[in-house]
Structures are given as structure tokens and as C-alpha cells.
Design a protein. Structure first.
Length: 249
């Protein structure tokens, strides 16, 4: 396994206690970073801490849909570590599988708020810390659904398309600074998010992947770790596919 050098970097991973987030957290720790998991599930966060077993790993219970909670937590981290180098926006939900005509407004707002608004809140809050220290790497976890739009998953697809647009805008705004902002558009992986989907929808997603398998969380973690390292000194405002050949642009 290639180890990118994240020694002494301070990283935050939202939704870092399970799935993609846990794999990213583990890879960051192996690469020398100090990592703070942001999650609302304290039991899952404690299990992640116990599983990884590193003095460089900690957690905060943070509601990423609450801007004040985000700011307060960032200030606590800066006070403790003196800086914030890396931020990974990974937290999200799938939402219901149903048609646009039948999609409940409340459910739509819930998905957009957690999957898109929270990414805006976190980016808005963390960027000033990175500008102050003249260094930063932001990686947003979007989805191939944000490019192609999955039927019966309109809120999820729309939220991830929004993450792609936000990434491109913010990356251009910060292009003259030592801050890179990129996003990754993975195909689905077998994580707990599958519990929120119908079997029909899961089979639909698999049928669209030319490699005929789902992504592995370690594959995503490897890409995110490179994007979060100093070695990624040029790429910004970009979208990196991890779709098993599904991406058409």
C-alpha cells in the first residue's frame, strides 16, 4: 500500500465513523495525520476509535447541518491543534427511492440539507482557517448519481450534483491560494447507506457499472488521501471519478 505523507496534518472527516468515512479515517491515520471524526452517532464514533486504536484519533459529536455547531467545533480544534489542514465532507444519506411526483417535500428538504447544505456550511466555516494558515485540502464526496441522475433518487442525485457545482466554484475562488478543493464521484459501495435503498435500486446501480461490481471503500480512501496530500499541488476545482467505468463525462 502506498502511503502518502500526511505527517502532522490535522484532518476532519465528517461521517467518519463508518463506511467511506471510516476507510478514509483509517488511511489518514496510517499516513501520519491527526484525525478528528465528526459524527452524530457517538456509539459508532467510539467503536471507530477502538477499532483504529491510535492516539492521533479523536471525535466530536457535530451536527453538520448546524452552522453554529460547526463553527464552535472548528474553533475547539484550532485551539487544541493550532490549525486545520484537511477537511473531508463525507456525511450524507440516500433518501427515499420514489418518483419525483411522489417524493415527500419533507424528505426532499432533509436530503438536500444534509447532503448539500451541510457541505456549504462546512466549507464556508473552514475556509477562513485554511486561508489564515496558507494551506488547505478540501475533498467533497459526491456521487456518480450527481452526474447522471438516478431514477427514483431525485433528491440524492440533485444534492450530489450541487456538491459538484459547489466544489468547482470554491476551487476557482481559492485557486491563487495554497488550498485545493476537489470532489470524488464514486459509484455505490456496500456500506450502511444500502440499508436506505430498495433492492431494485441497488440492482439498477450495479447494472450500470461496466466492471460489474461496486466500489470498495479502500479504493475511495486511497484517492481521497492523495487529494488531501501535499503531492496534490496542482489539481483543484476538479471531479475525480471512481465509477468502475460508468461515468460518461
Amino acid at each position: 500500500m502506498i502511503k502518502f505523507n500526511l505527517t502532522n496534518r490535522v484532518a476532519i472527516v465528517t461521517g467518519g465513523a463508518q463506511g467511506f468515512g471510516l476507510a478514509i479515517t483509517e488511511r489518514f491515520i496510517q499516513s501520519g495525520a491527526k484525525v478528528i471524526i465528526w459524527d452524530i452517532d457517538e456509539d459508532a464514533a467510539k467503536k471507530a476509535i477502538a477499532k483504529i486504536g491510535s492516539e492521533n484519533l479523536n471525535y466530536q459529536i457535530v451536527d453538520v447541518s448546524n452552522f453554529e455547531n460547526i463553527n464552535k467545533s472548528l474553533k475547539e480544534i484550532e485551539n487544541q491543534h493550532g490549525k486545520i489542514d484537511i477537511f473531508v465532507n463525507n456525511a450524507g444519506i440516500a433518501g427515499m427511492n420514489t418518483t419525483v411526483a411522489e417524493y415527500p417535500v419533507e424528505e426532499w428538504n432533509k436530503v438536500i440539507n444534509l447532503n448539500l447544505n451541510s457541505v456549504f456550511y462546512c466549507c464556508k466555516a473552514v475556509v477562513p482557517f485554511m486561508i489564515k494558515n496558507d494551506y488547505g485540502r478540501i475533498v467533497n464526496i459526491a456521487s456518480i448519481a450527481g452526474k447522471e441522475g438516478n431514477p427514483n433518487a431525485s433528491a440524492y442525485s440533485t444534492s450530489k450534483a450541487g456538491v459538484i457545482g459547489l466544489t468547482k466554484s470554491l476551487g476557482k475562488e481559492l485557486a491563487l491560494k495554497n488550498i485545493a478543493v476537489n470532489c470524488v464521484t464514486p459509484a455505490a459501495a456496500k456500506t450502511r447507506i444500502f440499508d436506505q435503498m430498495t433492492e431494485e435500486h441497488i440492482n439498477y446501480m450495479l447494472s450500470k457499472i461496466p466492471r460489474n461490481r461496486f466500489a470498495k471503500v479502500d479504493e475511495l480512501a486511497s484517492l481521497v488521501t492523495w487529494l488531501s496530500s501535499e503531492e496534490n499541488s496542482f489539481s483543484t476545482s476538479a471531479v475525480f471519478d471512481l465509477s468502475g467505468g460508468r461515468a460518461t463525462y
